[in-house]
Design a binder for this molecule. Structure first.
Ligand SMILES: NC(=O)c1ccc[n+]([C@@H]2O[C@H](COP(=O)([O-])OP(=O)(O)OC[C@H]3O[C@@H](n4cnc5c(N)ncnc54)[C@H](OP(=O)(O)O)[C@@H]3O)[C@@H](O)[C@H]2O)c1
Length: 262
């Protein structure tokens, strides 16, 4: 199926690893030009080059900490120079955090708020003008099932990811007249390299293998397995394509049935 993404220009934060990297590759496979951003310069540049080599599309690797407004502005200028603008913005950079509410400092709250919410606000303000000039575009942000079904050990993560869903909903309403569709994806268990790392450490404590640890975690979802980043990435393509032209302000769950409500 032709998703009509050939020649589109896409910017993905957190694009050097895990979900973001798989999404970047999926867009490149469809013929889109892809700019990816992450903090570790060598890795993000190497991944951008590898994508260009594999799929024969123009790519850009940008060293950017999305919690820093000055980095976002620098990235915007780089993208303007190399791409002229973008059609699709994907805010995906993020990470779990396990402090309890009563123990976390204000600084911790602000840091995670910056990472999961302010980054999306700032990139929208930076890149929406380009989309408007092109007559429309698409913003798709990565939240988490935890925004709706909290994991009790990560309240700051749950809270900020929930705020992101509401931000997306409000932005969708604000930009509909500009032909810009804003939506959210809420993944469940996605087996990224970092899950293997964490599993390795925690499994050792329990005297089991990393694979056994991950199998136990996977029981949370009725489908009884993790998704691969690659299979999740296909949903990003659909949500950013004209095939989902009536999808607006939606929070789309890709969770193997884990969400325990209707
Ligand atoms: N994996 C899951 O099961 C799962 C489930 C639900 C939701 N999610 C969400 O999906 C998103 C991606 O998760 P993932 O599992 O793919 O994570 P990951 O494998 O750890 O990759 C995270 C990416 O974000 C970048 N990054 C982290 N902090 C950044 C910052 N301050 N500025 C710019 N880039 C930053 C990382 O590169 P650098 O470290 O070099 O910056 C990396 O490219 C996150 O928002 C996460 O909350 C994941």
């Amino acid at each position: 199926m032709d998703l009509g993404l050939k020649g589109k220009q896409v910017f993905i934060t957190g694009g050097s690893n895990g979900i973001g990297l798989a999404v970047a590759k999926a867009f490149a496979r469809e013929g889109a030009e892809v700019a990816i951003a992450a903090r570790t310069k060598e890795k993000v540049e190497a991944e951008a080059k590898a994508i260009a080599d594999e799929f024969g599309v123009k790519t850009l690797g940008i060293a950017m900490d999305v919690t820093k407004p000055e980095d976002i502005e620098k990235g915007r200028l780089e993208i303007e120079k190399e791409f002229g603008g973008i059609d699709i913005l994907i805010n995906n950079a993020g990470t779990g955090t396990e402090e309890k509410i009563m123990e976390a400092s204000d600084d911790k709250w602000y840091a995670v708020w910056d990472l999961h919410v302010m980054s999306a606000i700032r990139t929208a303000k930076a890149f929406v003008p380009y989309m408007k000039k092109r007559g429309g575009g698409c913003i798709l942000n990565t939240s988490s099932i935890c925004a709706t079904q909290p994991l009790w050990y990560e309240p700051i993560y749950n809270t900020t990811k929930a705020a992101l869903v509401m931000f997306d909903k409000c932005l969708a309403n604000e930009l509909v007249g500009d032909n810009i569709r804003v939506n959210t994806i809420s993944p469940g268990l996605i087996l990224t390299p970092d899950w293997w790392k964490t599993a390795g450490i925690l499994a050792e404590k329990d005297g089991i293998t990393a694979k056994e640890y991950l199998d136990n975690v996977a029981h949370a979802a009725p489908i009884d397995r993790f998704a691969t980043p690659e299979e999740l990435a296909e949903t990003y393509l659909f949500m950013c394509s004209e095939k989902s032209s009536y999808t607006l302000g939606a929070n789309f769950f890709v969770d193997g049935g884990w969400l325990n409500t209707i």
